[in-house]
Design a protein around this ligand. Sequence first.
Ligand code: AMP
Length: 398
Amino acid sequence: MATVKTIDDIDLRGIKTLVRVDFNVPLDSDGTVTDETRINAALPTIKKLHEKGAKIILASHLGRPKGERNPSMSLSPVAPLLAKKLGLPVLFLDDCVGEQVKSATEELQDGQIALLENLRFHKGETENDSVFSENLASLADVFVNDAFGTAHRAHASTYGVPSILSDKVSGYLIAKELEFLGEKTSNPARPFVVILGGAKVSDKITVIDKLLDKADSIIIGGAMAYTFALAAGKKVGESLCEPDKVDLAKSALIKAEQNGVKFLLPVDTLITDSLDFGAKEIGDSKIVEGDIPDGWEGVDIGPKTTKLYQEAISDAETILWNGPMGVFEIEASSKGTFAVAKTVAKSSAVSIIGGGDSVKAINRSGYSDDVTFMSTGGGASLEFLEGKDLPGVSILDT
Ligand code: AMP
């Protein structure tokens, strides 16, 4: 994918600039923002736009209101929080299109900031409706996309609007995502070690296939490992696995051998005879090597595997990690994931956390400041790593 233009490549003084941000933050019942990560991630772009004297119109979705106004998903609580973080006033507009919104945005002064109400209060947003896109686009002269988490969706605010406006560039957050998930994994400093975990092989097989062309080692953990164990003729008991994906797992193993990629699978496993996800408890547990007996399921990598994986990670110059090594939400089966998190964070390699649950795991491990880059996308990161075109990125000026 060619590099896209950023806000640094364009003069924005006095220009009405519609910025698609990702303020899809969790709110509690009082409307308090309970995790500010996404707001913090948008600050560098907003600050720079303010410095450049742009008339800044911020647009985002929050939750899934399905085209209806829903006060519990209003973006209004974000405006004062953002204002506090920026040290600047933020004008909240209680819709995202319409005459009142239009006249309010026309009155913006250079550097002034307005935040529109939740885009998804209108059905036209997710439907990429042409009239809704026109109405949104009519608010501005330039489009900036800085919402990586929705860049894989062709919605009105990610695709319709930039299809209409002639100038469309990325903000710093998307530029950074492209640099780390794109360039740094395409021309990696070697050894390049990829760690993949999580629930399903089927979610990640295309990523595995792509990375088998780039990586020096691929480390597999999580429930995904049990489908590979089946492919190797082992028993997996009641473990979460996908017997219909065994052929895909076998093909990956063959490709790894052909490409000279080290493919590391668990040599031991923490197993349990019961798992209660709601109560965050597991029953009796033990470590096994080889087959997992009937009535037991794998919930984490074992200590030998953890050591083996830590050694493989410590040699790396570039690390890409996506997906936990076990059911890390339950303390008793979280050791493998947190040990990997610590090793990744403490490594001197370029460490890239590819979104979703691995970001949660790094955050919970307390080592988030030590990694080089954490992706803000879940689905978008995976699709990008699969080599798919992200509509919200490929529509931007190159
Ligand atoms: P993913 O979204 O594919 O990265 O998967 C993340 C989920 O996989 C987490 O909720 C983990 O609890 C789950 N997971 C990881 N290892 C296992 C396992 N051995 N058995 C069941 N679920 C697992």
